[in-house]
Write a protein that binds this ligand. Structure first.
Ligand SMILES: [Ca+2]
Ligand SMILES: [Ca+2]
Ligand SMILES: [Ca+2]
Length: 404
């Protein structure tokens, strides 16, 4: 995205950072999205870029598109009175954020993060396609010196280069990566989910599983595909009455032999839609079990928080770093329950990765969260903040306030 789009937002972020020095955790006013205004436009009107919004409609009615300078200041047409507009709340954690990597360690394109444990954080880079195993290095995170110093190149199952790796998740069934397409064939978006053997000692990793879900998705530009991925265990889904949209009945894991012990949820950047898949782990088969709106105009990262039963969706600077949490409602569907501003101390950068540390990392009621900045602004790709360990449990909240 052109950097000049964000000049005003960056100035505002700096001002907020200055304020934060003197006003720790000053509460931000509730953010009513029903009267959002377009505050930045792409002067080139280039295809594939989107309008910039202060938040976006929770129901996705403000679809990404091309706009012109004439549109600046125009009110955003969220569905008035539909009850689907979520107000932004203050970030439910610490206001301060610190850089969490050595300067200029990663360069650009770091785009996805997933904690394996309190001491192991996995990261993917979309170009060159790489996987990193990160470990604590004082207050920072650094590549594991045991073979991961420069990361490991990622290949498709055929051994060919190279997947546009944007999201990563560690699961009991292996490490999975969501991709937008093939870096060698820009212009054609073929989103896939890949599995890699993170325990391999090889210097490059060839996918041990490949699921080409592009036939199930709307046609997307090469760089608007699957930005985020999480895994949610069957035990949680069944306990919350999750419904299978294919069978129009309660989700029954036995309907999907060979799918392991949970479902994969992956977010499509271009629409902000999240798709739930049962993957046939012994082959390339897959079945869509559900799809739903993230509550964001665009989704860049996702996280599953087992301790609270919240599914998190995160946007980058296309929506000022806004986030939503989702839970399973009384109809058995995932729906956004809260929308949050980014922490005051987090600059409005191109954060395409977001990870929440396990509950075991809680200290003083807060646990670490990490963002990955694709653009490596200021020479840093990782930033660390905190999230309250005892957030609202939104799963199974039914039609409570904010649910839709
Ligand atoms: Ca990226
Ligand atoms: Ca990409
Ligand atoms: Ca993208």
């Amino acid at each position: 995205m052109p950097t000049h789009w964000h000049r005003a937002a960056q100035i505002a972020a700096v001002a907020l950072s200055v304020l934060a020095v003197g006003l720790s955790a000053a509460p931000a006013p509730a953010h009513d999205r029903s009267s959002e205004r377009i505050h930045e436009v792409d002067p080139s009107g280039g295809p594939g870029d989107r309008i910039g919004l202060d938040g976006g409609c929770a129901d996705g009615t403000a679809a990404p598109g091309i706009t012109t300078a004439a549109a600046e200041g125009v009110a955003l047409a969220c569905t008035a009175g539909s009850g689907k507009v979520l107000p932004n709340e203050v970030w439910p954690g610490g206001a301060s954020v610190t850089e969490a990597d050595t300067a200029n360690l990663f360069g650009g394109n770091l785009s996805g993060l997933s904690f394996e444990s309190t001491d192991v954080l996995w990261a993917v880079n979309n170009g060159p396609a790489k996987l990193y195993r990160l470990v604590p290095d004082g207050p920072l995170w650094s590549p594991d010196k045991g073979g991961w110093s420069s990361g490991k190149a990622l290949r498709y199952a055929t051994g060919s280069a190279e997947p546009d790796a944007e999201g990563v998740v560690v699961t009991p069934d292996g490490l999975f990566v969501s991709t937008e397409g093939d870096n060698g064939q820009l212009g054609t978006g073929t989103p896939k989910i890949l599995r890699f053997d993170a325990s391999s000692t090889a210097s490059s990793l060839t996918a041990t599983g490949e699921w080409n879900v592009s036939s199930d998705l709307p046609s997307v530009p090469a760089n608007k595909g699957l930005e985020g991925i999480v895994w949610i265990p069957d035990t949680f889904l069944t306990s919350q009455g999750f419904r299978d949209e294919r069978t129009a009945a309660l989700y029954d894991p036995a309907s999907y032999p060979g799918h392991g012990t949970g479902l994969f949820f992956t977010g499509l950047e271009t629409s902000g839609t999240i798709y739930a898949y049962a993957l046939d782990l012994s082959g390339g088969g897959f079945t869509r079990v559900a799809s739903f709106d993230s509550g964001l105009l665009s989704v860049m990262a996702m996280e599953w928080e087992p301790a609270t039963g919240r599914l998190w969706a995160a946007c980058d600077n296309h929506c000022q770093g806004g986030m939503t949490t989702l839970g399973i409602n009384a109809q058995g569907q995932f729906a956004a329950t809260h929308a949050y501003d980014r922490p005051i101390g987090l600059p409005d950068y191109n954060h395409e990765g977001f990870a929440i540390a396990p509950q075991a990392a809680c200290i003083g009621g807060q646990k670490p969260v990490i963002w990955a900045d694709d653009k490596n602004n200021g020479g840093h790709a990782l930033r660390a903040g905190t999230l309250d360990c005892t957030g609202p449990v939104t799963s199974g909240a039914g039609s409570g306030a904010g649910a839709r």
